[in-house]
Design a protein around this ligand. Structure first.
Ligand code: ZN
Length: 402
């Protein structure tokens, strides 16, 4: 990940005046946050912002100073995503955040209908929370800024959970939403420190960064071997354990998805996100060739696609067993509107992290409105010979992204 540079607080103050995107250092931010944000890049203003919700049981209060702490952590994370998008060639774009005049992120405090203990780490709780949050949005018109909502809930305080061992509440991606948690020492001042609070922060802030990725449409993936050697651990691989302590990055495949994720759309982008209802993208003239060192893949893609990613992984292939999926981005050449020639080169050397003889090759089609669909095939390396391969293809006609 990008390490911040220590610059003077004066520079930070100047940034507050000059940074139109709002990623700056208000006076009430902590010295640690001012240092971390001192070399902030100007994030491109977004057309749609991430909804940030602080959700508490009807018997609870927010953890002290949550607005400042979460604002600092969110802005630092926004910078991470923005720098990584820029490095991958998409400009200084990140998830948009709605800001308050005092420089805090506009965090919506929503009180649940039930006591804290009723909100547990479960899908049932997640859907109950989303029902209550959506009811709140309906009762407060204009507060919902996009289809992506980031929900933070304070740790439970009981026999097993407390500020030193936070937990009890949902902590996972949930469609276009995701859940993370808050506790007393969830503070950027502990970032990267080899202390109990520092290690705890990496666990929960790295998790926060990773789960947010899921809520912004990202699947798990690993990087090609040479990229990992150069850049560290992908955030959507095991980056939740490395973020803040060792180099962590976003793969080009993750950036390609975020390029068409609603809260990353720059001001003026009029895309009606996740609205596709026509035919899913079609593949024609698929050709897969093995030259002894790499798979060379080409096909024509018919549809309103912005990007195509490829993922190759060992079995099993289910969600949450896909951390190992090594990702690649296709080169797209427009033949005519709605028709592209897509090519991939997948060197075997880049797949060193994989072990199995049989591997699944998945293609993810990312439409301009952010919807995705997949097709996949299986490769048995021991049976592959040089030349053109005949691979059976399973096309999944269901779109995700609604
Ligand atoms: Zn995950």
């Amino acid at each position: 990940m990008k390490r911040h540079h220590y610059t003077s607080l004066l520079a930070c103050g100047l940034l507050a005046i000059t940074n139109a995107a709002g990623a700056a250092c208000p006076d009430h931010f902590s010295p640690a946050a001012k240092e971390r944000l001192a070399d902030s890049i100007d994030i491109v203003p977004s057309a749609h912002q991430l909804n940030v919700v602080y959700f508490i049981g009807n018997d609870a209060e927010p953890v002290a100073d949550y607005e400042r702490r979460l604002s600092e952590l969110l802005l630092y994370l926004q910078q991470f995503y923005g720098r990584e998008m820029d490095r991958n060639g998409y400009g200084k774009r990140s998830f948009g955040l709605a800001m308050k005049e005092n420089g805090n992120v506009d965090i919506l405090l929503i009180r649940g209908k039930e006591p804290t203990e009723a909100y547990t780490y479960s899908g049932e709780t997640a859907s109950k929370c989303m029902d209550e949050i959506n009811a709140w949005f309906n009762a407060h018109p204009g507060t919902k800024r996009s289809r992506h909502t980031f929900i933070v809930m304070p740790t439970h305080y009981n026999q097993t959970c407390n500020d030193k061992n936070p937990g009890g509440v949902p902590f996972f991606g949930w469609g276009t939403n995701c859940f993370a948690l808050d506790y007393a020492d969830f503070d950027i001042k502990h970032l990267g420190k080899d202390t109990p609070e520092g290690r705890l922060l990496t666990k929960w802030y790295g998790g926060f960064a990773h789960e947010l990725g899921h809520g912004l449409n990202l699947p798990h993936n690993n990087g090609p071997a040479s990229m990992n050697a150069a850049l560290g651990t992908p955030l959507l691989n095991a980056g939740n354990y490395t973020f803040g302590t060792s180099p962590t990055y976003l793969t080009p495949a993750s950036s390609a998805i975020l390029d068409r994720s609603e809260t990353f759309a720059p001001e003026g982008d009029a895309t009606d996100f996740y609205s596709a209802n026509g035919p899913v993208p079609q593949v024609r003239d698929l050709k897969v060739e093995y030259d002894g060192e790499a798979l060379n893949i080409s096909f024509r893609c018919l549809g309103d696609c912005a990007h195509v990613n490829a993922y190759i992984q060992d079995p099993p292939y289910a969600i949450n067993q896909d951390y190992d999926a090594v990702s690649f981005t296709g080169t797209m050449k427009e033949i005519q509107p709605g028709e592209y020639e897509v090519t991939f080169t997948i060197p075997r050397e880049e797949l060193k992290s994989l072990r199995s003889d049989v591997q699944q090759l998945d293609f993810l089609f990312i439409e301009k409105n952010g919807c995705r669909c997949r097709w996949n095939t299986e490769i048995k390396w021991s049976e592959i010979q040089k030349g053109v391969l005949n691979l059976p293809v399973n096309f999944d006609a269901t779109r995700s992204g609604y």
